[in-house]
Structures are given as C-alpha cells and as structure tokens.
Design a protein around this ligand. Sequence first.
Ligand SMILES: NC(=O)c1ccc[n+]([C@@H]2O[C@H](COP(=O)([O-])OP(=O)(O)OC[C@H]3O[C@@H](n4cnc5c(N)ncnc54)[C@H](O)[C@@H]3O)[C@@H](O)[C@H]2O)c1
Length: 251
Amino acid sequence: MGRFENQVVVVTGAGSGFGAAMTRRFSDEGATVVAADINAAAAEAIASECGERVHAITTDVSSSDAVLEMIDRGQALGGINVLCNNAGFSHQSGRPWELEESEFDRVFDTNVKGVWLGVKHVVPHMIEQGGGVIINTASIGAVAPRPGVSVYNATKGAVLTLTMGLAVDLARYKIRVNALNPVAADTDFMKGALGVNELPDANREAIIKGIPLRRLTEPDDVAAAAAFLASDDASFITGVGLPIDGGRSIS
Ligand SMILES: NC(=O)c1ccc[n+]([C@@H]2O[C@H](COP(=O)([O-])OP(=O)(O)OC[C@H]3O[C@@H](n4cnc5c(N)ncnc54)[C@H](O)[C@@H]3O)[C@@H](O)[C@H]2O)c1
C-alpha cells in the first residue's frame, strides 16, 4: 500500500528532470498523476513510461485557461490532493541588464505567474475538499543567489515569498504550502541556462566545488523531498523552503 493510494497529484513540468522524477515517485507510491507539460511529446512519454495511473496533458502554466483545464482534469479524476507547481526555466546566464524585456516577461510569467495560476485555480477545490498540499519548486538561488542568473533567481525569490505568505493564508483551510530549493542539477534546464547541449566538465567541477556534499542534485533527491512534504509525515510542516543542496547555502 503506497503512501498516496487513492490520491490525485498534479505535477507541472512533468515531462523532464525534477517533474518527471516526481511523476514516477508519486505514481510508484500509488497516486493517480496528472502529468502536465508545455511539451506535449514529453508529457506523453512520461505517461506511457509510468502506465495507466499517469494522465498526460499539454499545459502552458502561464495561461490561465490552460491551467484551469489542467486543474479540471485533476478534479475529474477524484479531486486534487497535491499540486506540484514545478514547471520553470531560466533565461541564459549573462549580464542581467542585457536581458531582452521579452525574456524577462517570459521567465516571470512561467516561474511566478504560473505558480500563482495553479494556486488560484486549485485552492477553491481544496477548500471545498477540506484540505490539500501545494509544493512549489523554487531554487537555492532564491536565498543564496550566484551571478549571471539574477532575474531567474528573483523569480524564485518571489516563489519562496509567495509560498510563505500562502502558507499562513491557507493554514485555516488545512492546506499546507511548501517550497523546494534545489541546487544545480544536470537537467535540460541547466543546459538551457548555460546555452549548451551537454554540461561541460569544467562547469560541473566548478559547481560541485561549491557544494559540501560534492555532487549535483539528482532529480530523485527532489522527488523524494516532494513526496515527504506531500505525505502525512510532514503534516505539521508549512511555509518552508527546503534546501536540497548538499549544504551549498550554508557553506
Ligand atoms: N536544474 C536545476 O539546476 C534547477 C535548480 C533549482 C531549481 N530548478 C527548478 O526546477 C524546476 C524543474 O526544472 P528541471 O531542472 O527539471 O528542468 P527541465 O528543463 O528538465 O524540466 C522543466 C520542464 O518544464 C517544462 N516547461 C517549461 N515551461 C513551461 C510552461 N510554460 N508550462 C508548462 N511546462 C513548462 C519543460 O517543457 C520541461 O519539461 C524548474 O522550476 C527550475 O527552475 C532547477
């Protein structure tokens, strides 16, 4: 009997990296999962890998109509217990003042507005159902920013502040809201931020040097933390930004 038997979990950005690992973890532990991604093929691929408990949907989290459709899908499957607002991306690393305005808007629309839209559309259902869990993927960059991705880090700071405020707003409805703060991982996200197809060894070594446990984040580290925060073991935990960073933020 898995921890999430008879539960419905919605994961955004489910087609790759952390979201794919969350989808595997929650479905392995018995949940019905709505795997949402802007990349339709990636959402379909994780759903067919995981089997009939995982339902793919194409969703751009920055579109209110699309997020509403995603939440309606989860409700039709029995009512959403857990929403993982995980989709996100970074502009390329570089001089923040040289970023195109359109890139600034896109990164805030996806990373910040996307989280808020998920909250906006799921919370009325969770209130009616008597509770729920919301988990937002922020970043260790929210609390310990490094140069080059300042605008991206600001989006994650906003996600963390939103998480803490919502935790207080929603506690009376038995809705817990927490954030995940991973350090660098070798996912498509990282390659996009660096503008490369493969993470060069020199970059990898430089990043690892700054992490006391001397490795990058693995997607399964993030999935395990999400499953913990979604579980009853975390029933008294709300409003935290959980570092998944091998000690980077305290070194
Ligand atoms: N990889 C890292 O180093 C790292 C570190 C800290 C935090 N994060 C955060 O973790 C989350 C997941 O990143 P990842 O490393 O798994 O990246 P990833 O690129 O492997 O996966 C992100 C997924 O989100 C999807 N996506 C992008 N824009 C979307 C949109 N508008 N609507 C719906 N889906 C969208 C992509 O198609 C992709 O499948 C992101 O929020 C990212 O900011 C990543």
